[in-house]
Design a protein around this ligand. Structure first.
Ligand code: NAD
Length: 679
């Protein structure tokens, strides 16, 4: 129960509408309700408007996401409205209409909701409605589809004037239940919440049926030879091979996280003859192009072109894309326009393979891809019944570089230190690796939890926040093929890899005469060979990506000063420590920094200790196993127990942005063991 029955109805309706992607795109559209309540100041009745505030998503809307305004004051703005040239000033005026604490910040669409004379209003971005809105003869088609029950409103940028236009349309057409907004979306209204929802759904479903029944087959043209989808496995392999190169392209101005999609809608679009023409026309609904940029970059080679040729062509197309974007900016920018924000594409289409989309984090990258799929649906619908005719480029520029959009960007919180970085942590399903994964996600990174124990890795990825933050891959780091596959999964999940932590480990601690050749081999296979193979695969991707990178080895105090009776473990730790020096020297020219952390005595949370090593070490030192942490602490200069989080702190210190000029370093995290001092 919320503060008012109208709000209950509004939230229920919004959540239903927002949870169906056919009804509106993610975070797109807004809904409202009007109602009266008792003013606590006067004791009289006051009429209010509850409307979805700026940002937020209808599917998950709660009362906190609503702006609350006094209707009399909002409507009084008509008297002071200075005209369409200065309509942006009205957004600041909305703040003077807020009721009580006002709730969420009112969005640009507040005027539409307040000025239309209906108790409930829904403004939505359904693909079917936008298809009619973007058809060359959309006005005629809207009339054919709906008769006089849905009215055509020519394109106008969202704002106060559009609100006045829609209010006038409703007044002039008392029989209408809503309108199609040219180039943009739909608005429906009703006297009750049920009526409004029914009207919105009626417009959406009727448009869907109209497009399906009236539409010609194959609106995107024939399938072009060589552009049909590759078989699934080949497609994903190709996508993984291209991903680091494409991320390099999308990250020239600033690093981006990537998302890959190969849904049927995308594969079909890029296989057909009309896709280059349509993609070049750009998206139309403001919500779409604000997320996808006006145009995608489209590779114009068949799916089976040699990889080198595809990469070379992508680079040429990128150079052209940047020039064209700068020219678009120059064509439309005025003295007051915000500075150009970056000229790299957000959407990259690869025939036969799929679509790569990019953003400042995984969610933004994923949603950009979803919006381009919406745009494909819109183009299909519009081309099926007419010709796709998006809004003018100059209008798109006005919205992309609108001062109100710029203000929204300025309000964004400062990015976290590891934002946009993709990390892969081996052995992250337990102990130290798990603590590292937690810290990296907390600092803004996307993390691939790579572990032999797939079930535990899944659980860790889940506790880290699910696929927009972390994914799990099952991998045995002793196996070259499995490592390659794990990195393929990583780049398909997040676009690439920037930060790799060689943490997977086991410990078979035995005196020399009891150490079998198998012990030795296994110990070295997991840590020496495993981290070599992981680093090699990581370096391949990082070099292609051209974004530098970090490789961190979780070696050990034993790499420097070995405890007794663990020849195999300590020798392979020394091997890892030397890999740090060798790779720091070799990979420096690519901006890849390689450093190590030397922990000691991390008993709590460690599977290694729980699985016998603890008992063995305790026996070696002649103490009880549960006293081992304390025992290690007493051996240290600081007399402090080392926890997994302390090792994770060191990984963050090395990779978080303060030590940009440090490579080849080992950081002891051992609470002070003089014998292991590095010199
Ligand atoms: P842990 O056993 O808790 O975690 C190790 C993880 O590595 C496990 O999830 C395990 O499934 C995984 N793993 C093992 N073999 C693998 C393989 N072949 N492929 C992929 N994953 C594999 O151990 P921990 O104490 O957290 O140790 C992590 C790292 O820190 C190890 O390299 C260890 O040598 C090093 N280290 C630990 C200590 C300590 O005191 N715990 C001290 C110094 C160094």
């Amino acid at each position: 129960m919320t503060s008012h029955p109208a709000v209950d109805a509004l939230l229920g309706r919004s959540n239903r509408l927002g949870s169906d992607p056919r009804t509106t795109n993610y975070a797109g559209g807004n809904t409202s309700a009007k109602g009266s309540t008792t003013d606590p100041v006067t004791g009289g009745t006051v009429d209010l408007l509850w409307v979805k505030g700026s940002g937020g998503d209808l599917g998950t809307l709660t009362e906190d996401g609503l702006a609350v305004l006094r209707l009399d004051r909002l409507r009084a703005l008509k008297a002071v409205y200075p005209g369409v040239e200065r309509e942006d000033e009205m957004v600041a005026a909305f703040d003077h209409c807020l009721y009580g604490k006002g709730g969420a910040a009112p969005s640009i669409d507040t005027a539409m909701h307040g000025l239309v004379d209906a108790a409930h209003v829904d403004h939505l971005h359904p693909d079917s409605g936008i298809a009619l809105a973007c058809a060359a003869d959309g006005e005629k088609l809207t009339a054919e589809c709906f008769g006089d029950t849905v009215v055509w409103v020519p394109w106008r940028r969202p704002g106060f004037q559009l609100g006045l236009d829609i209010a006038a349309v409703k007044e002039a057409h008392p029989q209408a239940l809503g309108c199609v907004l040219g180039g943009h979306g739909i608005t429906a209204w009703g006297n009750t919440s049920e009526e409004c929802e029914r009207n919105a759904l009626h417009i959406i479903r009727t448009a869907e049926t109209f497009l399906a029944e009236r539409g010609r087959p194959e609106p995107f043209g024939r399938v072009v030879e060589g552009y049909a989808p590759l078989p699934e496995e080949e497609r994903r392999e190709r996508a993984a091979a291209l991903a680091p190169h494409i991320r390099a392209i999308a990250s020239r101005d600033r690093p981006q996280v990537g998302h890959f999609t190969d849904t049927d809608a995308v594969l079909d679009f890029v296989s057909r003859a009309e896709h280059p023409r349509l993609a070049a026309l750009g998206t139309s609904c403001p919500d779409h192009f604000l997320r996808t940029k006006v145009r995608p970059l489209v590779l114009d080679l068949p799916a089976d072109a040699p990889l080198d040729a595809a990469v070379a062509r992508l680079r040429e197309l990128h150079a052209a894309y940047r020039e064209e974007y700068a020219a678009y900016y120059r064509r439309h920018a005025t003295d007051g326009s915000p500075a150009m924000r970056g000229a790299d594409p957000v959407i990259v289409l690869v025939p036969g393979v799929g679509m790569f989309s990019f953003g400042k984090d995984k969610q933004t990258a994923r949603v950009a891809g979803e919006f381009y799929v919406n745009a494909i649906n819109v183009m299909r619908g519009a081309e099926a019944v007419s010709a796709y005719a998006p809004i003018e480029e100059s209008e798109k520029f006005r919205i992309e570089y609108w001062e109100l959009e710029e203000a929204k960007l300025r309000r964004m919180p400062k990015p976290k230190p590891l934002a946009t970085r993709v990390a892969l942590v081996t052995g992250a399903a337990s102990g130290i690796g798990k603590a590292i994964a937690h810290r990296l996600v907390a600092e803004g990174a996307c993390v691939v939890v790579a572990d032999l124990n797939g079930e535990n890795a899944e659980a860790v990825a889940e506790e880290l926040g699910g696929p927009d933050k972390a994914v799990a891959v099952t991998v045995d780091v002793t196996d070259e093929q499995q490592i390659a596959a794990a990195f393929r999964e990583a780049v398909l999940a997040f676009g690439g890899v920037d930060l790799v932590v060689n943490n997977a480990g086991i410990s078979l601690s035995r005196p020399l005469l009891e150490t079998t050749a198998r012990d030795w081999d296994l110990q070295h296979a997991v840590m020496g060979r495993g981290s070599f193979l992981v680093s090699r695969e990581a370096a391949r991707i990082m070099i292609d990506q051209k974004l530098g990178g970090d490789i961190v080895y979780i070696a050990s105090k034993n790499a420097v000063f070995a405890g007794p009776n663990n020849i195999a473990y300590s020798a392979t730790k020394a091997d890892q420590a030397h890999q740090v020096r060798l790779l720091a020297a070799e990979l420096g020219e690519h901006g890849i920094r390689v450093n190590g952390v030397n922990p000691d005595g991390v008993v709590r949370g460690s599977g290694i200790f729980a699985a016998g090593w603890g008992a063995q070490r305790a026996a070696t030192y002649g103490i009880e196993e549960e006293k081992l942490g304390e025992f290690y602490a007493q051996r240290t200069l600081l007399k402090r127990e080392v926890l997994p989080e302390h090792v994770a702190n060191a990984v963050f210190a090395l990779t978080g942005g303060d030590l940009t000029h440090t490579t080849g370093l080992h950081v002891p995290v051992d609470a002070g063991v003089a014998a292991a001092f590095l010199r």
